[in-house]
Ligand binder design. Structure first.
Ligand SMILES: O=C[C@H](O)COP(=O)(O)O
Length: 247
């Protein structure tokens, strides 16, 4: 399966950092065998999407409604209007800080489909849940609740992001990543049949140039969702190169 390496800039990036996006776009342009995306703050989407065509520009969240009295929110249609090709939904930082439920995330994923853009639906367990032996049950529960029945490989990806691995420099063992991705694949195939085998499952959480090759070689790891290492071309490019080598 063609791999997707998607960056998530989170709440980082002013107009001054457009030069960093330009450098990233330039660096990834040679790697045609890998799909690349950069999910930037909403304020940068339009400029980045207009200027940098070698990778998809995405958002990091969307509201489920098309428009209306939702102060401070951005709809999927607005993301598309600004030039976004996809959006992240259900990131653990939003599940925790904004109290987003699986049902909210399902609505947001459907909003992305309605607007004609892709969605990356995030799932992942906390450290306490893993220590309690509940990781798989939590992740499969989030997956069941967050994916709409309309999920399909041509517009939706899943990102498995153990919460305790995000921004910490810690990653699960190869065996644990393999087991979780296999469990997610099994659930996708059980629910969506043949197309469930084609839905990309990304790994996210402290992926970097040093560990990307081993993570991306694991069965059912179809790409990465990259936070900190997506901010600079020199850190993002080795991950894209590892994905190209693993293809
Ligand atoms: O969306 C990206 C993830 O939260 C991973 O972030 P990180 O690569 O900084 O650990």
């Amino acid at each position: 399966m063609r791999k997707l390496i998607a960056g998530n800039w989170k709440m980082n990036g002013l107009q001054a950092e457009l030069a960093d996006i330009a450098a990233i776009a330039d660096a990834v342009s040679a790697h045609l065998g890998v799909d690349t995306a950069l999910c930037v703050p909403a304020t940068l989407i339009q400029t980045a999407a207009t200027r940098f065509a070698s990778m998809a520009i995405g958002g990091q969240d969307c509201h489920m409604a098309v428009s209306g009295a939702h102060t401070g929110c951005v709809s999927a249609e607005m993301l598309a209007d600004a030039g976004a090709k996809l959006t992240i939904v259900g990131h653990s930082e939003r599940r925790a800080a904004q109290g987003e439920s699986d049902a909210d995330i399902r609505g947001k994923a459907l909003a992305a489909k309605r607007a004609g853009i892709g969605a990356i639906v995030c799932v992942g367990e906390t450290e306490a849940e893993r220590d309690a032996g509940q990781a798989e049950a939590i992740v499969l529960g989030q997956l069941a609740g967050s994916l709409p029945d309309e999920a399909a490989s041509n517009w939706l990806s899943v990102a498995y992001e153990p919460v305790w691995a995000i921004g910490t420099g810690r990653i699960p063992s190869v065996e644990d990543v393999a087991a979780m991705h296999a469990a997610i694949r099994g659930a996708l195939v059980a629910r969506f049949g043949e197309d469930g085998a084609a839905i990309r499952i990304l790994y996210g959480g402290s992926m970097n140039g040093e560990n990307a090759a081993s993570l991306l070689a694991i069965a059912n790891v179809d790409g990465g969702l990259i936070g900190g290492a997506s901010l600079k071309a020199e850190k993002f490019l080795p991950i894209v190169q590892a994905a190209a080598a693993a293809a």
